[in-house]
Design a protein around this ligand. Sequence first.
Ligand code: AMP
Ligand code: GLY
Length: 450
Amino acid sequence: MNILVIGSGGREHALAWQCAKDNNVQRVYIAPGNAGTALEPKCQNIVLADDTKDHSTIIEFCKNKAIDMVIVGPEAPLVAGIVDACRDAGIPAWGPSAYCAKLEGSKTFAKEFMAQHNIPTAAYQGFTDAKSAKAYVSEQGAPIVIKADGLAAGKGVIVAETVTDAHNAIDDMLADNKFGDAGSRVVIEQFLQGEEASFICMIDGKNILPMATSQDHKRAFEGDTGPNTGGMGAYSPAPVVTSAVHDKVITQIIQPVVDGMNAAGHPYTGFLYAGLMIDESGNPFVIEFNCRFGDPETQPILMRLQSSMVDLVSQGLAGELPKQAKWNERPALGIVIASKGYPETSSKGDAISGLPELDPDNKSTVKVFHAGTAFANGKQPDNLDAARATDNDNDKEIVTDGGRVLCVTALADTILDAQQEALAVTGAISFEGAQYRRDIGHHAITRKLS
Ligand code: AMP
Ligand code: GLY
């Protein structure tokens, strides 16, 4: 089989790596990929159209290379209808249609859908005008949450501790246009208390296959402080999702999405990610829906996956998802190393050193997934097989190329062991301005210790 993975992050590296492990797979193409995906056995980066809305080059490529399956990583092409375009061209593509992807693409659509289907979530109101938004905040008081309506790469959410902070966030989004079109409409939400978890599943229009549970760390700094990011680390499983919570998530949240989309005439297919707040009584509330796998949750989750990702997606495309996948019982934990200035800015072109040796046979329990990495001067080594074999040189040729650069992911007997193993490898990797959190997994670790 030949597979095309769309995207360039750590999530796509993990997806491509899992697909390449399957004996039935000859080649995994990644568009555009990163230095890590280029060095993965059986994998090849390719450059297709930069414009997420232009699906014609992707379709042509799939036909030329006899692609058996397209797996779409990020939200932007999904929201732009890549799965619809592939299906119309007869190419099996795993992901939701543009209609279903609005669950992530528009917070207003998601909130209205949840209200219509009685899915538990924070009370909210939508605004396009700063004056009425501010009046609403003054009436509600703080803490309160201000969200840009459209896609903002996980950064368009301000949890305001004071009414003044909330007013400033409204001005940033509605008056100063800081988030562009994504912020021309805001959703203002009640502040939810509890512990967060990520609940990701595969859906084939009717069957639900839950992935192992996980939790990510969205804030930039230790102790869950600082600005929101795309995610600074994650681990799986998340002990806060007990089996009672798991049952509630399926019956109160995931099944109503499946039923609601079917009722709307748009069956949901693909990964669905519910970002949850779980209150003290174990009741889950949806903070957000994403129409894709999480990043960095994918990295620890797929470290634990023992079923073939390719089989699961094939079954999903056929509408025959099994009820369960096979998981390694050991937990996994991933630490993101971000570049200088992230999340406000990011730096490119800084040489990365100290990467561990490549591990083509997957013997190691630590895997470094690449995200914002590239080869120096944009030049991929002429002979990739040779580059794969000579570990020392690999380090020197790889440079930073974005905000989140690497995700060091370890599988171990306990979450604390996985954290320590990931930290040991993380500490050996260096580049100018590298930043990472040393406390990934702290909720689960303190829960176990107490
Ligand atoms: P989102 O991009 O919607 O997932 O929001 C990013 C982060 O902001 C979440 O992971 C939460 O930590 C926080 N957040 C978002 N909405 C709320 C809410 N209603 N109450 C409390 N925290 C929230
Ligand atoms: N880790 C959060 C996300 O994928 O949106």
